[in-house]
Write a protein that binds this ligand. Structure first.
Ligand code: 5GP
Length: 121
């Protein structure tokens, strides 16, 4: 999957499309998912143009990588799910069912989330 500079998250980062912001710093933006799958469903994205974790860890600076990791934990605390539990998901590529080709982490919680994946058998 290649980076499309007109993907929806790039447009949110450029301020062309609004979002419900949760937090922002020099390297990261977090905002509510437009179609939440749980009471808490926040997307945490790097500001740099990276498609996936494979791309990000190969090409982003250590500062950017640390900032993204920290933001995920900060968002869980800020959204009040750090004690009750939550899940962090990053879909990548075709098999991962990634819809938006800009690296993002879903932070979901606020209800019991069940098994992570249905069993194949
Ligand atoms: P993916 O399937 O790529 O892991 O997840 C993409 C997520 O982006 C989906 O959960 C979808 O609801 C969310 N999304 C798509 N378009 C928008 C948008 O314009 N604004 C926001 N806030 N979320 C969006």
């Amino acid at each position: 999957m290649t980076y499309d500079p007109n993907n929806i998250f790039a447009r949110i980062l450029r301020g062309e499309i609004p979002c419900k912001k949760v937090m922002e710093n020099d390297h990261v933006l977090a905002f509510h998912d437009i179609n939440p799958g749980a009471p808490v469903h926040v997307l945490v994205i790097p500001k740099g143009a990276y498609v996936s974790m494979a791309d990000f860890t190969a090409n982003a600076s250590v500062t950017e990588q640390a900032a993204l990791m920290k933001a995920i934990g900060d968002v869980a605390r800020q959204m009040g799910v750090s004690d009750t539990g939550y899940r962090v998901i990053s879909n990548a590529g075709e098999d991962g069912n990634q819809e938006v080709p800009h690296l993002h982490f879903h932070v979901v919680g606020g209800r019991k989330l069940g098994r992570m994946l249905p069993r194949a058998d």
